[in-house]
Design a protein around this ligand. Structure first.
Ligand code: G1P
Length: 356
C-alpha cells in the first residue's frame, strides 16, 4: 500500500505564523508536525509516500523532507498548486497510486496511536474506503458521519449546521482507486472546494460500502494557534525526555525534559517538565520554564517566566513579563525595555494577536 500525505493549503487559520512557512512545518515539541505523519505511515509499513504540495511553502517542505531517506521512506512529490480542496489534492495523486489501495493522511494531523490498526483492519474486498473517526465536541467544525450498527458509514456531511452525530472524520482515509471516479464528478462546495467528504458520499450513493474505524487515542488537527498549543501539550505528555545538552551546576531541572544538542541551562535557571528545549538554545540563569513548553532551537531565553507555550526557533526572549499560552513565530523577538518614555513598543505584523 502507498501513502499520500497532503501538505498543501494556505494555513490561513494559523496566520501570522503561516505567512512565512507552511503549517505542516510548525514544530510540535521541536519536531515539524509533518514528521509525525511520516513516522506513522512508516510504522504502518508504508514506505512509498507521495507528498502533495500546494503553492505555499513548497520549497521548504521539499528541502525539509528531501528524498525521504532520512526517514527510511521513499518520497515522490506531487504538485497540486492552488488549494482547490482535499478531493482535488487526492485526485492529483492518481498516477502515483496506480491500481492499489492507498492511505491518505492530512499533513497537519497528529495522532497518539498512529494508523497501524486502521490500515491493518481495512478490508478492500468488502469496502471501497475506510475512514478514521473520533467523537468531537464541536461537530460543525468537521466532516461528520452517521454509522449503522455493523460499523458501516451510511452518510457524510462536511461542516454541518445541524450535525447528525458527533463522529468526525479525523483526516485519515484508506481508499481503493474507486474514489478517483467520484472525485472527477465533484462540483465545488459552499466553501469553493472539492470536498473529499462529498467524494466518499458519492461512493455510498453508487452502492459501495465504507468502513468506519474509531480512533481511541487522542487526535489533534493543528489548524489554529490554540490547537498547536494543545498538540504540544499532548505530545509533551507522552515524551520520555532526554538530555543531550548541558545542565550547569545550580540549575534546577525536574520532570521530563528534552534538552537537545548544544543547548544549555545555566545555573540558577529553573525548568519544570514536561519541556522540550531545541538545539543550541541558551536558558539564562534567571529564567523559569514551566510545564508544557517547547522552546525552539538557536534561541536565547533570559530573565523570562514562560509556560504552556511554543517558541518556534531563532528567538530572543528577554522579558520580565510572564509569558503563558503563547505561540511565538520563528525569529520573533520579545524583550523588555527601560528606555523613556515608558510603555510597550510594538512592531506587530498583520493578523498578530497581543494580549498585554
Ligand atoms: C478537513 C476535512 C474534514 C475533517 C477535518 C479534520 O477539514 O474537510 O472533513 O473533519 O479536515 O481535521 P478542514 O481542515 O479543511 O477544515
Amino acid at each position: 500500500m502507498k501513502g499520500v500525505l497532503l501538505a498543501g493549503g494556505t494555513g490561513s487559520r494559523l496566520y501570522p505564523i503561516t505567512y512565512t512557512g507552511p503549517k505542516q512545518l510548525v514544530p510540535i515539541a521541536n519536531k515539524p508536525v509533518l514528521d509525525y505523519a511520516i513516522e506513522d505511515l512508516r510504522e504502518a509499513g508504508i514506505t512509498e509516500i507521495g507528498v502533495v504540495l500546494g503553492n505555499k511553502g513548497r520549497d521548504a517542505i521539499q528541502e525539509h523532507l528531501g528524498d525521504g531517506s532520512a526517514y527510511d521512506v521513499e518520497i515522490t512529490y506531487i504538485v497540486q498548486g492552488d488549494p482547490l480542496g482535499l478531493a482535488h489534492a487526492v485526485g492529483c495523486a492518481r498516477d502515483f497510486v496506480g491500481d492499489d489501495s492507498f492511505v491518505v493522511y492530512l499533513g497537519d494531523d497528529l495522532m497518539r496511536d498512529g494508523i497501524t490498526d486502521m490500515v491493518a483492519n481495512f478490508d478492500s474486498s468488502e469496502y471501497s474506503a475506510g475512514i478514521g473517526l473520533q467523537e468531537v465536541d464541536e461537530p460543525s467544525r468537521y466532516g461528520i458521519v452517521e454509522v449503522n450498527d455493523s460499523g458501516d458509514i451510511v452518510s457524510l456531511v462536511e461542516k454541518p449546521d445541524d450535525p447528525p452525530s458527533n463522529l468526525a472524520l479525523i483526516g485519515i482515509y484508506v481508499f481503493t482507486p474507486a474514489i478517483f471516479e467520484q472525485i472527477e464528478s465533484l462540483t465545488p462546495s459552499w466553501r469553493g472546494e472539492l470536498e473529499i467528504t462529498d467524494a466518499i458520499q458519492g461512493l455510498l450513493e453508487t452502492g459501495s460500502r465504507v468502513q468506519s474505524h474509531l480512533v481511541h487515542g487522542w487526535w489533534k488537527d493543528t489548524g489554529k494557534p490554540e490547537d498547536v498549543l494543545q498538540a504540544n501539550r499532548l505530545v509533551l505528555d507522552n515524551m520520555d525526555g532526554q538530555i543531550e545538552g548541558d545542565i550547569q551546576d545550580g540549575a534546577s531541572v525536574s520532570g521530563r525534559v528534552e534538552l537537545q544538542k548544544n543547548a544549555v541551562i545555566e545555573g540558577g535557571a529553573v525548568v519544570r517538565g514536561p519541556v522540550s528545549i531545541g538545539e543550541g538554545t541558551r536558558v539564562c540563569s534567571d529564567s523559569y520554564i514551566g510545564p508544557y513548553t517547547s522552546i525552539g532551537e538557536q534561541s536565547i531565553v533570559d530573565n523570562v517566566h514562560i509556560e504552556a507555550s511554543v517558541t518556534m526557533g531563532h528567538n530572543e526572549i528577554k522579558t520580565d513579563s510572564k509569558i503563558v499560552d503563547s505561540l511565538v513565530g520563528r525569529e520573533a523577538c520579545v524583550k523588555s525595555s527601560d528606555s523613556k518614555p515608558e510603555g510597550e513598543r510594538i512592531t506587530v505584523g498583520r493578523n498578530s494577536t497581543l494580549e498585554l
